[in-house]
Design a protein around this ligand. Sequence first.
Ligand SMILES: NC(=O)c1ccc[n+]([C@@H]2O[C@H](COP(=O)([O-])OP(=O)(O)OC[C@H]3O[C@@H](n4cnc5c(N)ncnc54)[C@H](O)[C@@H]3O)[C@@H](O)[C@H]2O)c1
Length: 259
Amino acid sequence: MGRLKGKVAIITGAAGNLGKQAAEIFLSEGAKVSLVDLDRPKLEQVQNELSDENVFIVEANVTKEEDVKNYVDQTVNKFGSVDIFFNNAGIIGEVGSIDQQSVDNFNKVLSINTMGIFLGMKHVIPVMKKQQQGSIINTSSVDGLRGSPNMAPYSASKHAVVGLTKTASLECAGNNIRVNSIHPAPVSGNMMKTVHQGQGTTQGNEEEQVEEEITKSIPLGHYADSKNIANLVLFLGSDESEFITGAEYRVDGGMGATS
Ligand SMILES: NC(=O)c1ccc[n+]([C@@H]2O[C@H](COP(=O)([O-])OP(=O)(O)OC[C@H]3O[C@@H](n4cnc5c(N)ncnc54)[C@H](O)[C@@H]3O)[C@@H](O)[C@H]2O)c1
């Protein structure tokens, strides 16, 4: 309790699985949270479920610079600072081999998963520079550290998050702003259902078979729970990680040990 006492956090993709879980844990540790998502009805539902006066919601498309500027400005107006930025919104996009991928899908995935991360940092960093402190956690994936057949746009977009993170960490170190990336394994929830469907169709397999195969590739033998990811984000957002920046944090049930 109280590990984030007095801190203000922005969480993007907050109507989704990982964002909502992080919001819950951040609140329980004493933070005020500004929740950002494209999906207004789901965002309102999350706000109702969390039922906490320290929750503020802002509808925004992370690919639109005016929306990004607005969610940062609104958070500062409401809570006075931005101490933690969980830069997390993302999509899988269409699943299929490179020769079957459309340019539209490539652009869409890169726009949300990479440009969204860039724009978020572009507008949060000046606020953190004024404060001379802050922690940014960018969501990549295990697919940001390895090839991922049939998910080239996703994998490319998540590799790009590593470059953005490391560069930002160097640019911001002198301002006491830390920037790290997290690399989760598959997490139980809707995003993996999309992967099961897409890979199943591409490979001519049932969704259950796809899930079994993916599970076998995880040494701990099961998918992550969203709490496993949120606990890492909590650590990176808190002062307990004050000497950690520019790092790639796997939370992957041992997948990284196999390569
Ligand atoms: N779920 C997994 O297995 C897994 C594994 C590794 C990494 N990740 C990454 O974790 C992050 C969160 O994933 P999740 O499982 O919570 O997914 P999710 O689909 O449950 O949530 C993603 C949220 O992002 C929002 N979003 C999408 N496009 C947006 C946009 N343009 N502007 C604003 N919001 C937008 C969606 O509305 C949704 O609420 C993503 O970046 C994802 O790539 C997920």
